[in-house]
Ligand binder design. Structure first.
Ligand code: HEM
Length: 552
């Protein structure tokens, strides 16, 4: 036998007939109906017979008329959103303060809303249930950088990671080769470069103190994070700490410019990308410039002899460039020569642009949230830290307050890339929201991390929340500083170790002091969320607190 179903809220003409074999149960019925209507979550379905919800299979089978389908008890509908102005659409509803304005739009429209700018529609969500589906890489969603995607201006078919669609052999290959480069033993090895680079900053901070100079936190963190990835990935010494005022290296400056331009250009929609003058042209020229600059570093990077099996390549290679050239899988395959340079550009870019923003917010936290700096210092002292302490994984693992401080900073001061995924088909999300094929959905990481349905008092910086049951049992998609799913950050564990090592070393040696009382502004026209007007001073410590007395 068969029954006719229709989506409540949809056109009656879209009803479908589904055959119900005798063996069917309620669960498989929901599955079959979901497949017909491309509803992502079959468990969200309920059935309406003549205006009442029916959860009895026998009654459903006997119902003589079309059966209504609800999703999470709701009729299907298009996500709402501001109507916008002619031509530019919602641009003024979103920019310049996209964080504040997205928050306002979530308040008005709920967990998913759409904005249309210059004819390109994007969907924004702060709802973990939706986010979890969006990031999964299934028949419903994938990372496909189409014209509405925030990375469209820098899409690269050869980079493999980050800037390339998932359903390409290039991504599969680059991902396969890149993930082992960030395994636990590789991270131990990279930690020595992190420690050595932190030490290079000491004479610089000493000199700044001696000269009684305040410094721009983001600029110095940009220098620090790029100095590390320069050495690790392309064997480049950017010379950022040769003098206290060493300039930012041209390669780093070009990458920084690139990410500002991409944000600016994509905020106006894809048609703008193709203009032959102005920022769009500058974006294309800068992309070129970055490629040739990084190419020059790669050309002179130190390369070892002979192939290295993939699983041990990270330990034996001299740097990531060497790794990409010599790592060989068990079938004798290597990363294609065509992908190496773009993948290295991505690694360097992703490697310092985000980390410098995170480090800046961590320093902001030290000088802004009462007590955090002294608790971290006390924890270092209580764990026996000295200037000579080795920054092993074991030592860093003991620093539980530091761990909570980093987590809370990544929640409250999300650096976010606006990761986005694309619908592969017309589909229905939880709560009945309808999306067309090709729709770009942005899980808004900052707003997910401030969703008051998930986080108690979300605007409060509270590292201790990470010890509460509520946070421990949170929805797995409610905290995603590194995104989630197959296209999430491949360097999450490296970065987490890196910033903890840097903080431990810096806080042990210096007291960080805020310079000025101005309101800290984020840069709305940059790909990551970074503070642009935060200044600080350091004071070299001459004494440390005593060990905390314990009862035993
Ligand atoms: C605080 C530091 C970092 C944060 C917050 C961060 C965050 C993220 C996020 C949110 C994504 C997903 C992007 C998307 O879906 O479009 C991502 C992807 C990625 N990240 Fe990171 N990242 C950080 C540092 C790094 C570092 C140091 C590297 C070094 C190689 C790196 C390499 C990558 C790569 C290669 C991808 C793309 C993976 C793929 O396409 O499959 N990230 N990162």
């Amino acid at each position: 036998m068969s029954c006719v179903f229709f989506l409540v809220g949809d056109l009656p003409s879209k009803q479908v007939s589904i055959s119900l074999p005798p063996s069917i149960n309620f669960r498989s019925l929901k599955q079959a109906v979901s497949e017909k209507f491309s509803i992502i979550d079959p468990s969200a379905l309920s059935f309406l017979t003549g205006g009442t919800v029916c959860d009895n299979l026998a009654s459903l089978k006997q119902f003589p008329k079309p059966i209504g389908v609800l999703v999470n008890g709701r009729a299907v509908s298009d996500p709402p959103g501001p109507r916008g102005l002619p031509f530019i659409g919602s641009h003024c509803e979103v920019y310049p303060d996209h964080i504040g304005n997205h928050e306002r739009l979530f308040q008005i429209y709920g967990p998913i809303f759409k904005t249309t700018i210059m004819g390109r529609t994007v969907y924004h969500t702060n709802e973990p249930e939706i986010v979890a589906h969006v990031f999964k890489e299934t028949a419903f969603f994938t990372k496909e950088i189409n014209e509405a995607h925030p990375l469209y201006g820098v899409k690269s078919p050869h980079a493999g990671v980050f800037l390339t669609d998932t359903h390409t052999d290039v991504w599969k290959e680059a991902h396969k080769f890149m993930v082992p480069a960030f395994g636990p033993r590789a991270i131990d090895k990279y930690s020595t470069v992190v420690v050595a680079t932190a030490r290079k900053t000491f004479p610089v901070f000493d000199k700044l103190e001696e000269e009684n100079l305040a410094w721009n936190v983001y600029d110095y963190m940009l220098k620090l994070a790029s100095q590390i990835v320069g050495e690790l990935f392309i064997d480049a010494d950017f010379g950022h700490f040769e003098k206290f005022d060493s300039p930012i290296h041209d390669t780093v400056a070009a990458i920084f410019r690139l990410l500002g331009l991409n944000k600016k250009v994509t905020s106006w929609g894809d048609w703008y990308t193709w203009l032959p003058f102005g920022d769009p042209k500058r974006l294309r020229d800068t992309w070129h410039d970055v490629g040739s600059r990084v190419g020059k570093h790669i050309a002179v990077a130190s390369i070892g002899e002979g192939d290295i099996p993939l699983q041990e390549a990270a330990l034996k290679a001299k740097n990531l460039t060497d790794y990409f050239i010599r790592a060989t899988d068990n079938k004798g395959n290597k990363m294609s020569a065509e992908s190496r340079r773009p993948a290295l550009i991505v690694a360097v870019t992703a490697g310092f642009v985000t980390t410098s923003a995170l480090l800046s917010w961590l320093l902001f936290g030290l000088v802004t949230y009462d007590g955090c700096q002294s608790i971290i210092l006390q924890e270092l002292v209580d764990n026996g830290m000295t200037e000579e302490t080795e920054m092993t994984g074991e030592f860093i693992g003991k620093l539980s307050f530091l761990d909570k401080f980093v987590k809370e900073t990544q929640r409250h001061h999300t650096t976010s890339f606006q990761p986005a995924r694309t619908a592969r088909t017309d589909l229905i999300l939880p709560n009945g929201f309808r999306l067309p094929k090709g729709a770009v959905v942005i899980p808004e990481v900052h707003h997910l991390h401030h969703n008051s349905q998930i986080w108690e008092n979300p605007t409060r910086f509270d590292p201790e929340r990470w010890d509460t049951e509520q946070v421990k049992s949170r929805h797995r998609a409610s905290y995603i500083p590194f995104a989630m799913g197959p296209r999430m950050c491949i360097a999450m564990n490296f970065v987490t170790r890196e910033v903890k090592i840097l903080l431990a070393q810096l806080v042990y040696r210096y007291e960080f002091i805020r310079h000025g009382t101005n309101t800290i502004e984020y840069d709305p026209m940059f790909q990551t969320i970074r503070p642009r007007n935060l200044y600080m001073r350091t004071r070299k410590r001459v004494s440390w607190p005593s060990l905390t007395k314990t009862d035993s």
